[in-house]
Write a protein of this length. Structure first.
Length: 384
């Protein structure tokens, strides 16, 4: 391998949200990788910093073409230049879209369990989160389309926030499933906001389907959020984009992003995204192999050494979703006691809405040595 993912920077005492923990603790919670970003991205940032003057920045065609080229090459999806709007992050784009495309008191639908911050974007803006719980058969997750249609048909429901691929369960939605979602949302005049930030971290040889690429119905009724930040571990640079093919929707989203003052790039946002999408694909391919080997290691270890727990099959993200119900604890008790007794800090599944109560989420995007240490702690806790 060209890149060494076994070596991770020591981020303790560096103002890191993830690593601001006690000395004996291993934080495998927030979706933040421990790896150095791609060297091409680091070089682009250093070159910009060497200029010295770090004043206001703007987006340009190099930025637009980087997004266009990446989605065309990897996902065979043609993004038109005018569809792209810069945003300082996917979460700001979610919150801005909720404010602009819905009104206070209306419903925003979620497929749960799902990314917990979606609830904040809805509730903090005076809207009502409506949960359509995914069907879990002990092995896989599927959408309950009868329940989905019942909730979309409510005239108070005006937006659906889709996680594509689904965080935390790691599901890659098929083209047929996305088409069915798109048809139902269009039928009931519900706008789809599709968060696709985890799209590049999939099992090697597998790819996700961009929501806007499915058909004309989906394309004309969606706001699609994308970013290099999760993929290349540059979340602190606050750089992302929304793709909005529908001209009327696009104007509304653009207007609100700028009203909220989250539509302008910082000094490094453009260069980092361009370097990611035009020069860093080899790094990503090796990263996916490494992360999936971590996943195989963790799945095999838990199946053999900690059979009280059950890892859910995942096609995407570097996050492992684990059923802890057979341990006699729910996700909240399990994660709290695990941290107190062993120092292993993971996510409580209750934060992700209905269906997450008996689960925990574990971040595998770290060195193999840390994963092995974490698994040993997990075993000692369950067996103890």
């Amino acid at each position: 391998m060209k890149y060494n993912f076994d070596i991770v920077p020591d981020r303790r005492k560096t103002n890191s949200i993830k690593w601001d923990v006690a000395e004996n603790e291993i934080p495998l919670w927030v979706a933040d990788m421990d790896f150095d970003t791609a060297p091409e991205i680091k070089s682009a940032i250093l070159e910009r910093a060497d200029l010295g003057a770090l004043g206001y920045a703007d987006i340009n065609d190099e930025w637009r073409n980087a997004y266009i080229g990446w989605w065309k090459k990897r996902y065979d999806f043609e993004i038109k230049k005018e569809w792209l709007i810069f945003s300082t992050g996917v979460v700001p784009a979610v919150s801005s879209s909720v404010r602009k495309l819905t009104t206070p008191g209306e419903n925003v639908l979620l497929l749960t369990p799902t990314y917990n911050i979606f609830f904040n974007s809805i509730v903090n803006n005076g809207r009502n989160p409506v949960q359509c719980q995914l069907k879990y058969d002990g092995e896989n997750y599927e959408i309950d389309f009868k329940d989905l249609e019942d909730k979309l048909s409510d005239r108070q429901t005006s937006m659906m926030i889709l996680c594509n691929p689904q965080n935390p369960v790691g599901k890659i939605w098929s083209k047929e499933t996305l088409a069915k979602i798109g048809e139902l949302c269009a039928r009931y005049n519900v706008v789809v906001f599709s968060d696709e930030i985890h799209c590049d971290i999939t099992e090697p040889e597998k790819h996700y389907v961009p929501f806007a690429s499915v058909n004309e119905t989906c394309r004309n009724n969606c706001v699609m959020a994308v970013a290099p930040t999760k993929t290349f571990n540059i979340a602190g640079l606050s750089t992302s984009a929304v793709v909005v093919p529908n001209e009327n929707l696009r104007h509304k989203v653009w207007r609100q992003l700028n009203t909220d003052e989250c539509g302008e790039p910082n000094a490094f946002a453009v260069q980092s995204a361009v370097a990611a999408y035009t020069k860093s694909e080899p790094w990503l391919e090796e990263l996916r192999d490494y992360v999936w080997e971590n996943r195989r290691l963790a799945e095999d270890f838990i199946k053999k050494e900690v059979p009280e727990l059950k890892v859910i099959k995942s096609d995407a993200t570097y996050l492992m979703w684990v059923d802890v119900s057979a341990s006699g604890m729910n996700g909240s008790d399990f994660s709290e006691k695990l941290r107190a007794k062993t120092g292993l800090f993971i996510n409580d599944g209750t934060h992700y809405g209905k269906g997450g109560e008996n689960f925990v989420r574990i971040n595998l995007a770290t060195s193999r040595a840390i994963v092995q240490d974490a698994l040993a702690r997990l075993k000692s806790f369950v067996k103890g």
